[in-house]
Design a protein around this ligand. Structure first.
Ligand code: TXA
Ligand code: MG
Length: 323
């Protein structure tokens, strides 16, 4: 089983840097979700990520950087990209940008694309990257196709027998993955809604963010966005107004579902209707529904604005037919 070290221990940073220098993947808390991190420039280290997750190699990884200077060594910033990085980094925004002329990020990290997805995380993860001095490739620290982890215990359940080290930073404050934005030719395209609301991006960019249709052919630029993802064991029923006996209920805004007294467990994403609180609870509640042995999961409607877009995206993936 993996060692679990609290990030508050004085030795943790050094132990983690040594493991990363040896090319070992390490599970690291970020503000969004836990990532399975490894040196993005080391093909053996990156291969170890794909193997631990059981992730197809055509699905590229996000490279996490400590500062803008590190990012500029690997990707090219347009003035628009620069403006967004200045406004939102460190934070839950990933920018897809063209690779520089001689990027150090390995082609295994980018799955051979001409672009790289880059993000500057907050807090301990950023200190770790600065300490290593190289970008960290880090997908979410779950087995491929499963719900993303927002606690060290979630990581241990999913990957504890496949990796050596998990760093415990407590629950992730944002709780859904970063917003992924392609910036090219002065256009902004949303590849994945996430922990930064699109409205906030539009306010800074002073332009509209395009949402490529899944069947428009543009969607191949986000190769990881398979429909069935975030798959819990129990089947998910969206926009439920009533619960069936034995189901888990995930409600929103303090509004009860009809029949919830017969439910296995009832959880409210945010009794006060706060979408940030709801995002932070989402993945943990889906896992709790499974742990309770629910026959299904009935989910109440969640508003579409702000972080509601990311919440609804993850819920509809969790409800999608399984391959
Ligand atoms: O919040 C997050 O983004 C977390 C934490 C750990 O930072 N990471 C995360 O990584 O969610 P992952 O691997 O689960 O999702 C990365 C997504 C995938 O859908 C992948 O296809 C897409 O980013 N991606 C990576 N590089 C890309 C590129 N060059 N062009 C388009 N999409 C890319
Ligand atoms: Mg993931």
């Amino acid at each position: 089983m993996a060692r679990i070290l609290p990030i508050s221990d004085p030795d943790t940073l050094a132990v983690a840097i040594e493991a990363l220098q040896r090319g070992e993947p390490v599970a690291v808390p970020t503000e969004t979700v836990y990532g399975l991190a490894a040196d993005a420039t080391n093909p053996h280290a990156v291969t170890a990520i794909y193997e631990a997750k059981g992730r197809p190699r055509f699905n590229p990884l996000i490279s996490h950087v400590a500062d803008l200077e590190m990012a500029r060594a690997h990707v090219v910033f347009s003035p628009l990209a620069e403006k967004l990085a200045e406004a939102f980094w460190p934070g839950p925004l990933t920018l897809v940008l063209p690779l520089s002329a001689s990027p150090g990020i390995h082609p295994l990290t980018t799955a051979g694309l001409a672009t790289a997805a880059v993000r500057m995380p907050q807090g301990f993860a950023r200190d770790l990257i600065a300490g290593l001095g190289r970008p960290l490739a880090a997908p979410s620290a779950n087995r491929s196709g499963r719900v993303s982890p927002t606690t060290a215990a979630h990581v241990a359940e999913d990957l504890g027998d496949r990796i050596g080290l998990i760093l415990d930073g407590g629950p992730c404050p944002v709780g859904v993955e970063s917003t992924i934005l392609a910036v090219d030719d002065g256009r902004l395209r949303l590849l994945r809604p996430g922990g930064l609301a699109v409205e906030a991006i539009e306010n800074i960019a002073r332009m509209a963010v395009e949402r490529p249709e899944p069947d428009s052919g543009q969607a191949v630029i986000a190769p990881g966005m398979l429909a069935s993802h975030y798959a819990p064991d129990a089947a998910v029923r969206l926009n439920a107004s009533a619960a069936l006996p034995g189901e888990a209920v995930i409600r929103f805004g303090g509004v009860p579902l009809a029949g919830e007294a017969e439910a296995r467990v009832v959880m409210d994403l945010s009794a006060s209707g706060d979408l940030r609180e709801a995002a932070a609870n989402l993945f943990d509640f889906i896992k709790r529904a499974d742990a309770a042995g629910a026959t299904g999961i009935a989910v109440a409607p969640v508003p579409m604005h702000g972080l509601g877009e990311a919440i609804n995206d993850r819920l509809s993936r969790a409800a999608a037919p399984r391959p």
